[in-house]
Design a protein around this ligand. Structure first.
Ligand code: GDP
Length: 445
């Protein structure tokens, strides 16, 4: 996600760190590169202009000159401004309204509305413990109604049937009435999209909005469309009173222009971000975390949250704390990580969220993290004594043989495990050595 932008920006900012002095010349050069990076990421021009002006004003002011590490102070400014552009903090759904809370989804065809209706249901059912009903007001495509029914079945939402002969307003009103009768907490109304913004669609959806007066009207938009996403959002926002945006397909978007433009252009917050086709791949949008991800600091907060949700909380906290502190990372920790990661269905997704991982080439990551071998790696560590786990350097000839025998593996496998562990340990040390993310974060408070 947003890899190209992240590479470009961290490249530009790297030139500044380590420089004892920051002067107008190198600030100018860095700003030029940041500007290029944003434009290449397809951030809307007015947003780029405002962003650069704000960074420049703060950078040439007292803030940077007085800082102990001017490079870091500059990065902090870029980070702050990026967060500001995206909206400071997560805007949650308003779930306090009198039930049923009505959520209307709008957007172009193919943006991911129906998928998002399913994802949102999944999230509300599992995380908020709400009962959810969904209905489709897409009276143009019978397949869309069927698709919503399937998705609802998968996530455990109640499907309110509709047909292409009905009027969208009637479908929505009937669904809300039914949700009230069934004491559903939330009702999500999926709507028809068009290939491009057109009058008929706009008047249909605005009529629908006026008729049902939803608590939330969320605009669903494809992140890959870059600044066009922001412009389409604006067109919808002019016709409808949007309460927020769901940015889909961010998993495939290397640029990030939509994420950085939408808030400024529409004044409306991105509330959720779609990170894949699966129905559990919708996350609340946290500007500060996305900014730190773009700047290559890793999304440690999301990581911890994800780990907490899916694995043993206490152990996860311990390991996460250790990682964050950059303290001695031993084989016992490695084992915990392996266990958690295999619980979470593979390491690849998790790796990207660790700080510093952005810089590690994909091939190297794959080599270290071959999912298939996770079980064997855990078995080998299980066959070690606590002393060996704490001090892997003790593991020589006869110990290796014992471990291999105990875990049903070969000595080469043990060697490989130790090598992989060493690589991990080095990465952890490097994060600590560089002052790592913690130092950076402290600098930002
Ligand atoms: P709709 O026409 O707006 O209802 O769009 P759909 O919900 O049918 O989605 C269109 C396509 O986008 C489908 O193939 C979805 O699987 C895909 N999609 C939706 N959200 C995401 C996402 O966050 N990431 C990825 N990779 N694909 C998504």
């Amino acid at each position: 996600m947003f890899d190209n932008l992240s590479d470009r920006l961290s490249g530009a900012l790297k030139n500044l760190t380590g420089k004892g002095k920051i002067n107008e010349d190198n600030i100018k050069e860095t700003l030029r590169e940041v500007r290029m990076a944003l434009l290449e990421a397809d951030v809307a021009l007015p947003v780029v202009k405002e962003f650069i002006a704000a960074v420049k004003e703060r950078a040439v002011g007292a803030e940077v000159g007085k800082a102990l590490d001017p490079g870091q102070a500059f990065i902090k400014i870029v980070n702050d401004e990026m967060i500001k552009a995206m909206g400071a903090e997560n805007d949650a759904l308003d779930l306090n309204a009198k039930p049923p809370v009505v959520i209307l989804l709008a957007g172009l065809q193919g943006a991911g509305k129906t998928t998002s209706a399913g994802k949102l249901s999944h999230l509300l059912i599992n995380r908020e413990k709400k009962s959810v009903m969904v209905a489709s007001a897409d009276v143009y495509r019978p397949a869309a109604i069927k698709q919503l029914e399937t998705v609802a079945g998968e996530v455990g939402a109640t499907f309110f049937p509709s047909t292409t002969e009905q009027k969208p307003v009637d479908i929505a009103k009937n669904a809300i009435e039914e949700a009230r009768k069934q004491f559903a907490d939330v009702v999500i109304i999926d709507t028809a999209g068009r290939l491009a913004v057109d009058e008929a669609m706009m008047s249909e959806i605005s009529e629908l909005q006026q008729a049902i007066n939803p608590t939330e009207t969320l605009f669903v938009v494809d992140s890959m469309t870059g600044q066009d996403a922001a412009n389409t959002a604006k067109a919808f926002n002019d016709a409808l009173d949007l309460s927020g945006v769901i940015l889909t397909k961010a998993d495939g978007d290397a640029r990030g222009g939509a994420a950085l433009s939408i808030r400024q252009i529409t004044g409306k917050p991105i509330k959720f971000i779609g990170m894949g086709e699966k129905l559990d791949q919708l996350e609340p949008f946290h500007p500060e975390r996305v900014a730190s991800r773009i700047l290559g600091m890793g999304d440690v907060l999301s990581l911890i949250e994800e780990v907490e949700r899916k694995v043993d909380k206490k152990k996860a906290e311990k390991v996460a704390k250790k990682i964050m502190k950059g303290k001695g990372f031993d084989l016992q920790d490695f084992r915990e990580q392996l266990m958690q990661m295999s619980n979470m269905g593979g390491m690849a997704g998790l790796m990207d969220k660790l700080p510093g991982m952005g810089q590690i080439p994909e091939a190297a990551k794959q080599k270290v993290m071959n999912d298939k071998s996770t079980g064997r790696m855990i078995a080998m560590i299980n066959s070690m004594t606590p002393k060996e786990r704490a001090r892997p350097e003790l593991i020589k000839g006869s110990r290796k043989k014992r471990i291999a025998n105990g875990s049903g593996t070969q000595i080469q496998d043990v060697n490989r495990l130790l090598k992989q562990f060493n690589q991990m340990q080095k990465m952890m040390k490097k994060m600590k050595g560089k002052g790592g993310m913690m130092k950076m974060m402290r600098g930002m408070q």
